[in-house]
Design a protein around this ligand. Structure first.
Ligand SMILES: *[C@@H]1O[C@H](CO)[C@@H](O)[C@H](O)[C@H]1NC(C)=O
Ligand SMILES: *[C@@H]1O[C@H](CO)[C@@H](O)[C@H](O)[C@H]1NC(C)=O
Ligand SMILES: *[C@@H]1O[C@H](CO)[C@@H](O)[C@H](O)[C@H]1NC(C)=O
Ligand SMILES: *[C@@H]1O[C@H](CO)[C@@H](O)[C@H](O)[C@H]1NC(C)=O
Ligand SMILES: *[C@@H]1O[C@H](CO)[C@@H](O)[C@H](O)[C@H]1NC(C)=O
Length: 518
C-alpha cells in the first residue's frame, strides 16, 4: 500500500517536472533603456538556467556564452537610435503635460514595434520556425502592440513591467482603478487626493480612456496586423487575454491597492550580491574617510544632458563640500572639475552604494536607482527630471529617507544644505534602512516568486481560472447606471403614488367638510 503510493508520486512528479523543465519561451522586450531591461534580464537568465529553452528579442542582451539555453536577438542598434531620435528624456520631462507624455510614448512604441516585428531574425522565430512556444513574455510599457505575437502563435502570455501599471493595463485585467483613489503613475499625486488633484486625475482618466479607445488602440491594431496578418483578434481583446501582469511595485512608492489575482508585484529584481570594486574606485572610496557623495542621474536622464546653469551650480557646490564626490558623468572630461571630484562614465552603482564611506546618493529618483539605494541603505537627495521620479521623491521625503530638490531653480546653497542635512541627520539613514526591511519582506525572494508564477502559467496553459469578472464589466455596469436608473424610477413612482394618495385623502376629508358646510 505504502509502496504503491510512493510509486504513484514517483510516476506523477517526473512527468510534471520534465514538462516545466523543457518549456519553450519567447521574450519580447522593446524599450531601449538599461534601467528597464535590467529588471527583465534576471528573469530570462534564470528561466534558461532552469532548463527552459528561451529566445528573447531585446535592446540589452546579456551576451553571456555560458547561458547555453538562451538565444538573444540583439536590437540595440535600431532601438537606441529610435529612442535618441524621439528625445525620450525631453518629452518625459516633468514639466511636460502628462497627456503629451502618453501620446509620445505611444508614438515611440509604434516605431519600436515596427523595428521588432520587421526584424528578419525575429520573423524567422515568430513566422517560420517549427518551434511550438509554450509561453510568451512581453514587456509592458503602455502600448499593447507586441502582445499580438502571442495571439498570432496562440500561446498564453505574461506582461512584465519595470514599474507600476498604467490605466490601460489595469483596465485590461479588470483591476479596480477609480481616479478618485489612484492617480496615474506619471501624475505626482498620491495618498488621499484633494479636490483639485481628484479633478485633474479624473480629467486625465477620461482623456486616457478616450485616447486609448479612439486613437492609440486602432493604430496599435493596424501595426500588429501589418506584420502578423489579419487573422488575429482586436488588439484590446488580445491585451485582455493577458495571463499575468508582473509589476515592479512596492508598498513605499506605490500606495497599497486591491489587485486581481493575475496582477503580481515583484521588487528589486536587478539587485545583485555585492561584488568587489575595480581597484581605482576602491582606492578612492577607501581613502575618503571624510565621506563620499555619490552623484548619478541614471541611464535615461544622464548628467551630460543637464543644462549648463545646473552643471555650474553642481560643480561650485561640490568644490565647497568637505567630502569626496563620485560623479557618474558620461564624458571623458569635465571642464572645471574640482579636486575632490572623481568622474566615471560607467560606475558599478550597486557596489559603490554598498561602500561604507558613501554617505549620500544624489539621484534623479528613477525607480531602479531608488531600489539600489534602499537595498544598500544609503539615504538620498532627490532631483527629479522625468516620468515617475517626482512622485518617488515625494514619497521618500515623506518617509524621511530623502530630501527633494527642484533642479530648475536650484542654488548652490540649497544643494549644499540638502547634502549636509542628509549626511549629518541620522534619521535619513535610519529611515532608509527601515524601508529596506519592509521592501523585501516576503515569503520568497522576488525572483523566485516571479519564476514560480511564470511556470504556473506554463503548467496551466494560461490563467483563465483566475481571470477576474471585473475585466468584462462595462463602465455602465461599473458605475451602476442601470441600477441607479431603476432605483430612481421606483422611488419616483412610489413618491408619485404617495402624492396621489395624500391628495385623494385630503380631498376626501376637506372636500367632505366643504360639502357639509355648504
Ligand atoms: C539547458 O537545458 C537543459 C534541459 O533543457 C538542462 O539540462 C541544462 O542544465 C541547461 N543548461 C544550462 C547551462 O542552463
Ligand atoms: C509569414 O509566413 C507566411 C507564409 O508562411 C508569409 O506569407 C508571410 O509573408 C510571412 N510574414 C512575414 C512578415 O514574413
Ligand atoms: C487567448 O489566449 C489563448 C491561449 O492562452 C488563445 O488560444 C486565444 O486565442 C487567445 N484569445 C484572444 C482573444 O487573444
Ligand atoms: C491640493 O494639492 C496640490 C498639490 O498637488 C496643492 O498645490 C493644492 O494647494 C492643494 N489644494 C488644496 C485646496 O489643499
Ligand atoms: C530562489 O531561487 C534560487 C535560484 O533558483 C535558489 O538557489 C534558491 O534556493 C531559491 N530560494 C528559495 C528560498 O526558494
Amino acid at each position: 500500500m505504502c509502496c504503491d503510493r510512493n510509486m504513484k508520486i514517483f510516476l506523477i512528479f517526473p512527468a510534471l517536472w520534465t514538462f516545466v523543465q523543457s518549456a519553450h519561451i519567447l521574450g519580447v522586450f522593446q524599450m531601449p533603456s538599461f534601467s528597464h531591461q535590467c529588471v527583465f534580464q534576471p528573469i530570462w537568465k534564470e528561466l534558461s538556467l532552469l532548463g527552459h529553452q528561451v529566445t528573447v528579442i531585446t535592446p540589452n542582451p546579456l551576451k553571456d556564452p555560458t547561458l547555453v539555453n538562451l538565444t538573444e536577438i540583439d536590437v540595440s542598434k535600431a532601438n537606441y537610435q529610435i529612442m535618441q531620435k524621439h528625445g525620450f528624456q525631453f518629452f518625459m520631462a516633468k514639466e511636460q503635460p502628462v497627456h503629451l507624455k502618453i501620446q509620445k510614448i505611444f508614438e515611440l512604441n509604434y516605431e519600436l514595434a515596427n523595428t521588432v516585428l520587421s526584424d528578419k531574425r525575429f520573423i524567422e522565430v515568430y513566422n517560420n520556425s517549427g518551434v511550438k512556444f509554450d509561453l510568451i513574455i512581453a514587456q509592458t510599457y503602455i502600448s499593447p502592440i507586441l502582445y499580438a505575437v502571442a495571439a498570432k502563435l496562440q500561446v498564453p502570455f505574461v506582461g512584465v513591467a519595470s514599474m507600476g501599471g498604467w490605466i490601460g493595463s489595469h483596465y485590461a485585467l479588470g483591476n479596480p482603478n477609480p481616479p478618485s483613489l489612484y492617480s496615474e503613475m506619471f501624475l505626482p499625486y498620491h495618498g488621499r487626493m484633494n479636490f483639485s488633484e481628484r479633478f485633474r486625475s479624473t480629467l486625465y482618466y477620461l482623456w486616457s480612456r478616450y485616447y486609448l479607445n479612439f486613437e492609440a488602440l486602432p493604430k496599435c491594431d493596424q501595426i500588429a496586423r501589418k506584420y502578423l496578418g489579419n487573422d488575429i483578434p482586436y488588439i484590446q481583446d488580445i491585451e485582455k487575454n493577458m495571463s499575468l501582469l508582473l509589476l515592479t511595485t512596492n508598498p513605499i512608492l506605490y500606495e497599497p491597492r486591491p489587485n486581481v489575482p493575475t496582477v503580481i508585484s515583484m521588487e528589486q529584481m536587478h539587485i545583485k550580491p555585492v561584488k568587489p570594486l575595480p581597484k581605482d574606485l576602491k582606492q578612492f572610496l577607501d581613502n575618503a574617510k571624510e565621506g563620499v557623495v555619490y552623484f548619478s542621474l541614471g541611464s535615461n536622464v544622464k548628467s551630460i544632458n543637464i543644462p549648463e546653469k545646473l552643471r555650474k551650480v553642481l560643480i561650485e557646490a561640490f568644490a565647497e563640500l568637505p567630502y569626496k564626490v563620485l560623479w557618474k558623468f558620461e564624458a571623458d572630461d569635465l571642464p572645471g572639475k574640482p579636486e575632490n571630484v572623481l568622474i566615471g562614465k560607467w560606475i558599478p552603482q550597486q557596489d559603490v552604494l554598498a561602500h561604507p564611506n558613501v554617505k549620500v546618493f544624489v539621484t534623479q529618483c528613477g525607480l531602479q536607482s531608488v531600489e539600489e539605494a534602499v537595498a544598500r541603505g544609503v539615504p538620498m537627495v532627490g532631483m527629479p527630471f522625468i516620468a515617475d521620479q517626482t512622485r518617488n521623491i515625494q514619497r521618500l521625503s515623506e518617509e524621511g529617507a530623502a530630501v527633494g530638490l527642484e533642479h530648475t531653480t536650484l542654488t548652490k546653497e540649497e544643494f549644499k544644505n540638502a547634502i549636509f542635512e542628509v549626511v549629518n541627520n541620522p534619521k535619513y539613514k535610519q529611515n532608509v534602512k527601515r524601508l529596506g526591511e519592509i521592501w523585501v519582506d516576503h515569503p520568497l525572494p522576488s525572483l523566485n516568486r516571479t519564476i514560480w508564477w511564470i511556470e504556473y502559467v506554463i503548467r496551466h496553459k494560461g490563467t483563465k481560472h483566475l481571470r477576474s469578472p471585473t475585466a468584462d464589466v462595462s463602465w455602465f455596469e461599473y458605475l451602476l447606471i442601470d441600477v441607479i436608473l431603476v432605483l430612481l424610477t421606483i422611488v419616483s413612482l412610489a413618491l408619485f403614488i404617495l402624492y396621489v394618495a395624500i391628495k385623494f385623502i385630503l380631498r376626501m376629508i376637506f372636500g367632505g367638510r366643504k360639502l357639509k358646510q355648504n
